[in-house]
Structure formats: C-alpha cells, structure tokens
Write a protein that binds this ligand. Sequence first.
Ligand SMILES: [Mg+2]
Length: 193
Amino acid sequence: MKIGIDLDDVLCDYATAFVKYHNDTYSTTLTKADIWSYNFWDVLNISREEAVKRVYAFGRSSKMMDIDPVPGAKRAVDSLLARNHELSLITARDADFSDITHHWLARHFPGVFSDIHFVNHYSTTTAPRSKGDVCREIGASMMIDDSFDNAISCHGVCGSGVLLFDAPWNANKELPVGVHRVFSWYDVLEKLT
Ligand SMILES: [Mg+2]
C-alpha cells in the first residue's frame, strides 16, 4: 500500500537538535521533555511569529544537515520497501527548505521515497495544505506522524489508519479509533505486519 510518512520527529530527530540550537542561541535550558505542546510558541510563551522566526533561523543554519535520523527509522523503511509498500514523504516544512531537505534525505534515506510533499504549515508566503488533503490526493492508505492535528486531518482519509509517534507534545491526547499510538519504529513494523 501507499504510506505517507512525516519527516521531523518521525524520520529525523528534529526536536533534539532544535532544543540544543535554541539553548545555545537563546540561553534557555530546555529539554525535549519540556515540549508539552506542538505549538512551540506556547512552550516558550512567545508569539507565534517569533517562534516561527526561530525555527526558520535554525532551518537556515548549518546545523540542519547534522540532525540525526530517529533510531531504527532506516532499517524500518527499508523493511517497508522490501514488503512492497510505496512510501511518500509528507512534511509540514516550507518548500523554501526543499534543497536542505532533499540533501538530508539523500544522505540518510536515499531512494526511499517515491514522492515528496511540502505542505508549508508555517509559511508566510505560500498557502498551507492539510496532510489529509495530500493523502487523499495521492491515495495514501496510511499516515505516520507525530502531530496530533496532522493525525486527525488524515483520520478517515487513510483507510488503513494513522500511526502517531508518541512524543511529549501529544502524550495527553486521547486518540480516536483508527489512530494508533506507536513508541518506536519497531512498533510501526509490528503494527504493519
Ligand atoms: Mg513531525
């Protein structure tokens, strides 16, 4: 089947790298466990505009290429390909970050994705799209994401359900039938057998 896969905090250990960058740049003492909301501006008690500015500054820094993959992700996606699944990358990132994203994917996940979609959730210049709309358009039967809101947007669209990677920013969310919490890529492979 066709499976949509998110990038940040599903394949790419974004939060760990961003927290380190943020602590170094803004003299904070955050840990990943402190990120209780997907909306980073709520975590820091700053404006959405300022939070997006910081995320974009990180995105344009040399640190972006140094982000590690999530443990187990590479072996897991290889295993999904071996089972003849077709994998589509669907990221909330702005298409402005297309080059760095393609470079990072070429380094860590070469040849894995049949198509790559930027849905521009934080863009100030390009209209955002919902991941659910992308899944509908490309015919994805399943979505794997760490954002509760993205999971809900794909719920009912992806006939085989949605897998939500457990994270501090979604830990207290109650999941509807059809959205399943997973704790690792090993867990994903188990759910998909
Ligand atoms: Mg994500």
